[in-house]
Design a protein around this ligand. Structure first.
Ligand code: S3P
Length: 187
């Protein structure tokens, strides 16, 4: 058994939020999952970039992390008010305290992996502001994971361990764990 589920208070929506550190597979798993459910896929980082007219890296460098987090909060709220969205959140979505409340009301799925695996998937991580200047990407990720893992678990209804798994097998494992609110498109 790879996945872990925990009960939460009833869902206000039928949206799915994918959370986890960079490299956990949110953007890889999101589109095929949305396709399988007949949902709309949204990449929150891409929406933030589009709305602020700049890359995530440039937003961090030129405007600072606080401005990025404020827009992230706004975009999360706006998509969570819609229906049937698969939302790939940035890894730091959980650092804004009131996002946790919002995520608890969605069907939130934590994609977990070890820092070593995440580092392998990410490579140099040149585009990722939080990895800037890291001597060891795995070590930097281990530090961030230590701070965030309790927050991921706090708001996730389902935890999927992604080590050595391909997207298809993860989706096959996930579908039967989804609550009834998620209406699966007939194949
Ligand atoms: C961040 C993760 C990034 C992006 C930004 C901050 C974080 O998203 O939102 O660079 O704080 O972990 P991904 O997790 O999609 O890489």
């Amino acid at each position: 058994m790879h996945a872990k589920t925990q009960s939460h208070h009833p869902f206000a929506t039928n949206n799915i939020c994918l959370i986890g550190l960079m490299g956990s597979g949110k953007s890889t798993l999101g589109p095929p999952l949305a396709e399988r459910l007949g949902y709309h896929f949204v990449d929150l980082d891409a929406e933030i970039s589009r709305s602020m007219g700049s890359s995530v890296r440039d937003i961090f460098e030129q405007l600072g992390e606080d401005k990025f987090r404020a827009e992230e909060r706004k975009q999360l709220r706006s998509y969570c008010q819609m229906e049937k969205q698969v939302i790939a959140c940035g890894g730091g979505v959980v650092v804004t305290t009131d996002n946790l409340e919002c995520l608890r009301r969605q069907v939130t799925i934590y994609l977990s992996a070890t820092p070593e695996t995440l580092a392998q998937r990410i490579g140099t991580g040149k585009e990722r502001p939080l990895l800037k200047g890291a001597v060891s990407v795995a070590q930097r990720l281990a530090t961030i994971l230590k701070e965030r893992e309790p927050l991921y678990h706090d708001c996730a209804r389902i935890t999927l361990h992604t080590e050595g798994r391909d997207p298809r097998s993860l989706i096959d494992e996930l579908i039967p764990l989804l609550p009834q609110e998620i209406l699966i498109r007939k194949q």
